[in-house]
Design a binder for this molecule. Structure first.
Ligand code: AHR
Length: 333
């Protein structure tokens, strides 16, 4: 930190104006917790742009990042983009201006990042992608990716269904609640699930629409599915929250979730695991939000100029109803 100096009145006025403009600039890009420029105090400063607060998974992920930064002694500048790519781009530009040491973010969609990532690279600020990746052809625009194999999650969900329905003699009608359009987990889970069920021509996706990873979205789209399709056998929801929203629509339509309609989701947050243990969901493919500790380790390495792997995948599992009952008491999120 620079030394304090006494200032004359015009200088004080200019300094106040400058700090008002700086804080205003940060606030304009979302809900930032901290502002200010880079400090020369030896501490690593990370600028983090979060997607939003759309799901239980996201809340757990934000908590993990904030707690891990504090534990690692990393100063965190946090911005909630409220599901908007433009907010994430503004936040990243602000972090570049502030000369943070490392930028990390979870991209709301896969495409459209090259320009801002190039700006960070030109400014010499390393970028770490976490949770979701980007589709940039130039892999030198970021240092590493830390997160899940979303295709595998979709595939595990599909393979479980194939096994359950192996003796089906007629069509099994599946509806799919996708995450937000263009997001890596929406694209990849759809792909993995579709590839897995392709082995059995009886398994048919009869409707597939985005529910934006939210409970409200899941409920609303499931209501439409139920109105338009008299026979729905299976729901594949790309996350627990949409599945939980869909439960309300299914019950309101006079059907029994988990029995009349088989429900498969992804995440395994506590509320989802409770629904699984209660017999309302049938299967969950896990997606871990606890990325904070690994992210902070990577930030330290990248800041020190150490080589890091290009991609680091989280270890994950799957849960049946019985397994959920066992795991619930120790579930951390
Ligand atoms: O990117 C991870 C996904 O985003 C989670 O599955 C979902 O719950 C979240 O909103």
């Amino acid at each position: 930190m620079g030394k304090m100096r006494t200032q004359s009145a015009p200088w004080r006025a200019a300094a106040v104006l400058a700090s008002v403009l700086l804080v205003g600039g940060v606030a304009a890009c979302g809900n930032s917790d901290t502002g200010g420029g880079a400090k020369d105090d030896g501490k690593i400063t990370m600028g983090f742009s979060q997607v939003g607060a759309e799901s239980g998974w996201r809340t757990a992920n934000t908590t993990s990042i904030k707690e891990s930064a504090a534990a690692a002694g990393i100063e965190l500048k946090f911005d909630d983009a409220q599901q908007k790519q433009e907010n994430q781009i503004k936040a990243i530009r602000n972090y570049i201006q502030q000369k943070v040491d490392v930028i990390a973010f979870s991209p709301v969609v896969e495409s459209g990042w090259d320009t801002v990532l190039k700006e960070a690279k030109d400014a010499g600020i390393p970028v770490i992608l976490t949770d979701r990746s980007v589709d940039s052809a130039d892999k030198t625009l970021y240092k590493t990716f830390l997160g899940s194999d979303f295709v595998k999650e979709g595939r595990l969900a599909g393979e479980w269904l194939v096994e359950q329905k192996k003796s089906a003699t007629g069509p099994v009608n599946i509806v799919e609640l996708q995450g937000n359009t263009g997001a890596a987990p929406a694209n990849d889970r759809k792909k993995g699930f579709g590839e897995a069920i392709a082995v059995n021509p009886n398994l048919k996706i009869i409707a597939s629409q985005p529910g934006d990873f939210t409970r409200a979205g899941g409920k609303q789209v499931m209501e439409q599915f139920l109105k338009a399709n008299p026979k729905i056998d299976v729901l594949f929801a790309h996350n627990d929250d949409m599945g939980l929203g869909a439960l309300e629509a299914i019950t309101a339509a006079g059907k029994v979730p988990g029995k009349d309609i088989t429900i498969i989701t992804v995440d395994a947050v506590k509320d989802g695991m409770q629904a699984l243990a209660d017999g309302k969901f049938n299967f969950i493919a896990e997606c871990s939000p606890l990325l904070g500790p690994q992210l902070m380790d990577l930030a330290k390495k990248v800041h020190a100029g150490e080589e890091v792997p290009a991609r680091i995948e989280t270890e994950e599992t799957t849960f049946t109803q019985e397994q959920a009952k066992e795991a619930l008491p120790n579930r951390k999120y």
